[in-house]
Design a protein around this ligand. Sequence first.
Ligand SMILES: [Zn+2]
Length: 380
Amino acid sequence: MLAALGAIWSKITAVLMSVIMTFLTTTGLHAETSTLNAEDYLNENVKNVILLIGDGMGQLHLEKAKQERNITLVMDTFEYTAYSRTCSLSSLITDSAAGGTALSSGVRTYNGAIGVYLLDPLDIFSHPMNIRELCAQNGMMTGVVTTDATSGATPSAFSAHESSRNNTEEITLDQLASDADLIWGGENGYAEKAEVEANGFTYVTTYDEMMALEEGSRSFAQFTNNLWTLEQSDANTPNLEQMTMKAIDLLDDTDEGFFLMVEGAHIDKHSHSNYDEGMTEALEEFDKTIAAVLEYAEADGETLVVITADHETGGIVKNDDGTYSFTQGGHSAADVYVLAYGSDNFVKDGETINNYEIPQRIAYTLGFTQEQFPAEVFNY
Ligand SMILES: [Zn+2]
């Protein structure tokens, strides 16, 4: 019955999509269907994938951080520099929910959506499978690590399917029912210890508990969320690099390989408040995490590392005197970097791609087919 309804609904969806596409085209927005060839991205040497997302990290965020902290960045040393168009289906300026869904699931959707289609927001018929789920269903170990709350928009896009990023309780239930091996981030008040454990996860709240985790365990971390700021620190709350390297240590345990998403959330948070020192510190921490990940990938030789952002935050501009300033407290439509290590055909140097192609290219690098992870999606 549901399958029959689903078939009818997909026909209705196709008609609605063509209507919307016509509307978008007539309003001047460019409509297109992506058609990547899976074979173009296949790399038989790649077994593991680490996707690092600097939330809100535009191109000039890097310049601002280098100048104001007098540092160099490992992100500047990549052989291939490509760019991502970040718009969502409902706006040229995306939010982290739609941006995260594009990066996790290969589809553009409306702002606020967590892993659901524009035309089926309540997930009555179907939702797009995300790249982490695809990997998990094929025997790989998978994890999600963030400095945001575990139910933040970006980690949720890799571990939940909800009509709104604000459905914190439902997102948490989705995550506890998910097949992820680890989901680590800040506490959100909804993940009770007993419930977490009843779902087969070890409940973790401190650095020491995290470091004590052993291979083969599944874990759900609720670290003290407000400690990832300049004003406060706690020796027993891990930083992004510590979380990331421990997560790799736990996931790097099977012949099938692993998929890990890592988010540096505070680049965005501090950009919203135009807090220079907080943003540049968060970016430096993100870059240090990338350095550690690259060291692992170089030694491992079977790991694709992809770095990007979901969107730019703060509208950073270069001033006449050569300094960099925020110009607003919201997101912008500026293209962001796509950097890759570990597979020469992942992106071409100088290429500008659509955000939703990133998980598609990851899937095809790993040898998944277009049937397993579709490339033909409606986007604009
Ligand atoms: Zn934001």
